[in-house]
Design a protein around this ligand. Sequence first.
Ligand code: FES
Ligand code: FE
Length: 423
Amino acid sequence: MNNTRMHRWVEEDAKAGIFRVSRRAFVDEQVLARERQQIFDRCWLYLGHESEIAQPGDFLTRQVGGRELLFTRDREGRARAFFNTCPHRGAMVCRERQGSANGFRCFYHSWLFGLDGRLVNRPGDEAYSACTREEGRADLTAVPRLDQHRGLYFVNYQPDGPNLRDYLADAAEYIDLMADQSEAGMEIVGGTQDYGVEAKWKLLCENSYDGYHGMPTHVSYFDYLQSQTGALVARKLDIGHVRDLGNGHAVIEYAAPGGRPVASPAPAWGETGAQETATCLARLEARFGTERAERIARLNRNMVIFPNLVLNDIMALTVRTFYPTSPSRMVVLAWALAPREESPSMRERRLFNFLEFLGPGGFATPDDCEALALCQRGYSNLLEAGWNDISKGMLSAEPKIDDEVQMRVFWREWDRLMTQVPA
Ligand code: FES
Ligand code: FE
């Protein structure tokens, strides 16, 4: 596969209102290999949140873009990211998922590394020449680039290229709307949701800000809400907008139906919940003025930061990332993000939302996984039925959040990167 494509991935005719994506993009082994090279090896990828390594010595291990990484805070308080592989013969140096340590000892031959990744000592050191320690040859290898915005850390496997702030483009403004929900700083709370889906990773990108599927796919959730409140939950899709944020990122922003811990109470939270959210809103207004406070508090946001970071600022602020393990399967990791100073009762409501709607056993995620798996199975018919239609709202002057602008933003960037010849 090179720049002379044997097959077109994306077909766009702006005048006719046609936008189609080839289903080969979802099934082909060669596509996955090229995605690794052209996308995951080149884009900024989400690693973790600053709160997960709050203190010197805190660490976590995580797979990011197909690499095993070690994310840690050194004695000076500096965040660091290393490839989790021993310079000796390659074993993963840290086997724990998360913890706190003074250093990292390799299980295989017991080389010991400091929090800064430098070799501290090794059994039989006298048998090695001094040269083996030169130029960091005996140290852990640092990830070429590590940077953060408002506590969200990203890595990049290329030493050169756009810096993180430029890469995030207008998505940074929406990260700020999330980070500004706290005076004391945001933190990851609860555990990690970790599950697999029998579908190509790009299907989850599309799904995460798909305003079109909510009512039909999640009908059982809306039935449940109706049974709880005795009233139909109105669709408010007319209030809201979709934005192309640059570099393949996009967001939908729309009126929250309620249940935002920041300041949109759910009926089930009762008088206490309403009072707590009113206090939150008053504090936001004091910090940012009415307009920005209302926006932070009353609007939901579903954003995809290209290629594989989802920030859903809805009932619970959710950070979600995923990676393909095969053309038809992905692993998903998700966390809840919350203001540090949140009251215990609001924290409980937030975590309930995180599980009830967004968790792998909640109302939404099993429905979404089923829909995505059905798409993936449907693509077995690609020889006879080979194209996805992503054209909804294409000729509209004012596209709505249940149109498909956001998916088209993603696919244009995906297509641009996939068809570039490597430098
Ligand atoms: Fe790590 Fe040998 S592989 S000490
Ligand atoms: Fe959904």
